[in-house]
Write a protein that binds this ligand. Structure first.
Ligand code: FES
Ligand code: FE2
Length: 409
């Protein structure tokens, strides 16, 4: 099914490229400026989207070994991810059940955690192992004071968690089969080369840019965009969207001289997986994945966006993952250069523009922004944000079961 679907998408891109056409949205859509600037809406988005829907919290290769853990903070919620003895990943509220102190910080490897405040200990499967000075503390039911567990799901070399311990939304349903397609990358066998976190503008202003090829040859003309097409076709799987250029060519980048391949001349079974997954893969509400070659090795940048504390702030963690670990100095240097280049593009072009745009929108002098018929991805993204911000907890399951059923048809 995965291979078939990927081929079908590629053939559609090639046919559009040959005919010099693209897929259009039905109409130009207006989005109220308040959708980017209203602090109350921003708080609702954090509550209804980030604290209620599954989020891609880490690539699997960030926690490859049993005992590996990562602590992070998402919209004020302290999260602890641990890889268990059996190889599965678990997600917990990173708060000691004594008085709430976070029991872990950063990343590391541990089979148990000692709370730094009074010394309670927890296993990395969340069990409360020991109360400090139990004879003095008084009797409590240890089994009832384990770490709070969040729903967690690992697939396609990526880890999702839902920051609502009572969530009834099945994470696989939420993904609408998209993770099966993502599995074509084989991320479960990749390596985390480097990562960093950048400040950015409002999370939706920032995310709009990841769903947009229209800006590539203009905003990025001095870095990589000068020769890029500004067209993208969108493939939606529930709220998750892949975007890719409608073209019949694929650039062969494994050799030094970039050579174009005419895909109309290649049989389906000979299409390489690099061709089948080209473009940008976004995972609602906050992930973008783009892959490329750097210094002869295949890499991908996974960008993970979170709202900041104010409506005009976000931060983005960029994970640079590689199919093979670079094993000599030249390759390591090339990979660093590629990653540094991507930081510059995002920081000095996308986010710098997003910050200026946001400040201008804050003036209150404009009521709507526009998404053209060629900007279907942005239209679809904003429709989903709207729908999910306003959905009740009980609606969520139904919404994604319907999407799942449609995707299966
Ligand atoms: S808060 Fe953790 S031991 Fe007291
Ligand atoms: Fe950009």
């Amino acid at each position: 099914m995965t291979q078939h679907k990927l081929i079908e998408m590629t053939r559609s891109l090639v046919a559009h490229g040959e005919a010099d056409t693209m897929e259009y949205a039905d109409e130009v859509v207006r989005i109220p400026v308040s959708s980017y600037t209203d602090p109350q809406l921003f708080e609702r988005e954090k509550k209804q989207i980030f604290k209620r829907l599954p989020l891609m919290v880490a690539p699997s290769c960030e926690l490859p070994e049993p005992g590996d853990y990562k602590a992070m903070d998402i919209c004020g919620v302290p999260l602890l991810l641990t890889r268990q003895k059996d190889g599965t990943v678990a997600a917990f509220l990173n708060m000691c059940t004594h008085r709430g102190n976070p029991i872990a910080e950063g990343i590391g490897n541990a089979s148990r955690f000692l709370c730094g405040y009074h010394g309670w200990t927890f296993k990395n499967n969340g069990e409360l192992l020991g109360v400090a000075s139990p004879q003095d503390f008084g009797k409590i039911d240890k089994a009832a004071h384990c770490l709070t567990r969040f729903p967690c799901y690992e697939s396609a070399g990526l880890i999702w968690a839902t920051l609502d311990p009572k969530s009834k939304l099945d994470i696989a349903d939420y993904l609408c089969g998209y993770d099966e397609l993502l599995s074509a990358f084989g991320f479960e066998n990749w390596h985390l080369f480097s990562q960093r976190t950048l400040p950015g503008p409002n999370w939706k202003t920032a995310y709009d840019g990841y769903l947009d090829f229209y800006h590539l040859p203009v905003l990025h003309k001095d870095t990589f965009g000068a020769d890029f097409y500004n067209r993208a076709n969108y493939f939606a799987f529930g709220p998750h969207q892949r975007l890719s250029t409608p073209t019949k060519f694929a650039v062969k980048v494994q050799s030094d001289d970039d050579q174009q391949i005419d895909l109309t001349q290649i049989a389906d079974e000979d299409l390489s997986y690099e061709v089948l997954v080209q473009g940008v893969w976004t995972i609602f509400p906050h992930i973008s994945i783009a892959s490329f070659y750097g210094g002869g090795l295949r890499g991908a940048m996974i960008s993970q966006l979170f709202p900041g504390s104010e409506v005009g702030e976000s931060f983005t963690t960029q994970y640079y993952v590689m199919e093979q670990e670079p094993d000599d100095e030249a390759k390591i240097k090339a990979a660093h250069e590629q990653f540094d280049f991507l930081e510059i593009v995002v920081r000095d072009e996308d986010y710098k523009t997003g910050k200026r745009q946001h400040e201008a929108l804050q003036s209150g002098m404009m009521e709507h922004v526009l998404f053209g018929r060629n900007e279907k991805g942005g239209q679809v993204f904003h429709q989903w944000v709207d729908k999910l911000v306003n959905a009740s907890d009980d609606d969520l399951q139904g919404i994604f079961r319907r999407e799942m059923a449609e995707a299966a048809e």
